[in-house]
Design a protein around this ligand. Sequence first.
Ligand SMILES: NC(=O)C1=CN([C@@H]2O[C@H](COP(=O)(O)OP(=O)(O)OC[C@H]3O[C@@H](n4cnc5c(N)ncnc54)[C@H](O)[C@@H]3O)[C@@H](O)[C@H]2O)C=CC1
Ligand SMILES: O=C(O)C(=O)[C@H](O)COP(=O)(O)O
Length: 382
Amino acid sequence: MKILYDTAMPYANAFFSGLGDANAFELGSLNSEALVDVDALFVRSTTKVTAELLQKANKLQFVATATAGFNHIDVDYLERSGITWYAAGGCNAVAVAEYVIGAILQLAHEDNFNPFDKKVAIIGAGNVGTALSQILDGLQLNYVLCDPPLQEAGDRRSFVDLTDALQADIICLHTPLTSKGKHPTLHMLGKEQLLTLSAHQYVINACRGEVIDNDALLNCYSLGQHLNVVLDVWENEPFINHQLIPYVRLATAHIAGHTLEGKARGTSMVYDAFCKHLNLQSQLKLEQFLPRFENNPMVNSSNSSFNQLFQLVKYMYDIKKDDGIFRARMAKSKAFAAIRKHYPIRREFSAAEVTFCTEEADETNKKNVAKIAASIGFKIAN
Ligand SMILES: NC(=O)C1=CN([C@@H]2O[C@H](COP(=O)(O)OP(=O)(O)OC[C@H]3O[C@@H](n4cnc5c(N)ncnc54)[C@H](O)[C@@H]3O)[C@@H](O)[C@H]2O)C=CC1
Ligand SMILES: O=C(O)C(=O)[C@H](O)COP(=O)(O)O
């Protein structure tokens, strides 16, 4: 059994070497020759799995991506060719939701608004959208959901349409990239939609760059429209339009899902799916591999509730730092792919145990913040 996997899949050798002759490929190095006699191919979103790449894949029976999105895979071709495929939907849902919360609290801090008074719209209420809604529930922030496919399929949550969603204060995009079907998302926010937005609203795109028409966005900015947009994803990655960067409020290199947990869960879900395909019992579990988080956060309970939560979230994920690195490196070169490749280890809230430094007078405040922190995933020290 010959297995090829992307080197960017954490713990892949440990997971796959017991299942066959497992070898890694480096980003950008895969070609059709390398797929001769390969039985299983495991990728991340940076490898386009096309008919052309697979033209010499004489033995391929299973293709999997250790990512939620699968628009980089020609699934029609795989299905026509009798090749089983799998995408690790949900592997990094919590990571993206934590990125979005990091962005909202950072913007609230910079623009001096109270996030608890704002309404969030979650467009795309699947794995990521649901993980985000759970954190918003924990923080007691108001939100609406917009997901016509789920609504039509009978999902019992309550939904609004796109026009209503675009009136929310903070609009978060969590759809797949699709260009066919009844509800395509390609350029879902085009010129017409962007022109309806006001200077008091915020748009956060952490799904796929092409869901916002980037040329239309640049045009709005060039014409003087004030738009608060956070972009983790861009059209035409990694060769994005640099002209957009100075206008964007927070800019990152498609790393919203890049927690250690999110990436490693992708590997482990691919392993489980492949074992199932082979009719084998999975032997390995993600928990065997994840290291303990050593630098647990401490929070001062004499600060306001907002500041304590902001401090805590920023300790685990500082979006402003990623934004600074992005701007500095992108100013000098086409560093998009390199920033992603060398992204430092980031952990999810659930890895950390929080200690509160509390004077007696702050005890009630501490209890309130600790309850909220626990409800968004943190462990609380006794
Ligand atoms: N920035 C990053 O690092 C990451 C980006 N992603 C992207 O986010 C996307 C969503 O991820 P998941 O939640 O795991 O996928 P999912 O498939 O669980 O959820 C997507 C939801 O979007 C809905 N949807 C589809 N078309 C829609 C439309 N026109 N309007 C509103 N909703 C629509 C679907 O019904 C579904 O419920 C992925 O497809 C991927 O492209 C995912 C993880 C990490
Ligand atoms: O899961 C997805 O979908 C994503 O967008 C991933 O976070 C992308 O990560 P890479 O595969 O590009 O490292």
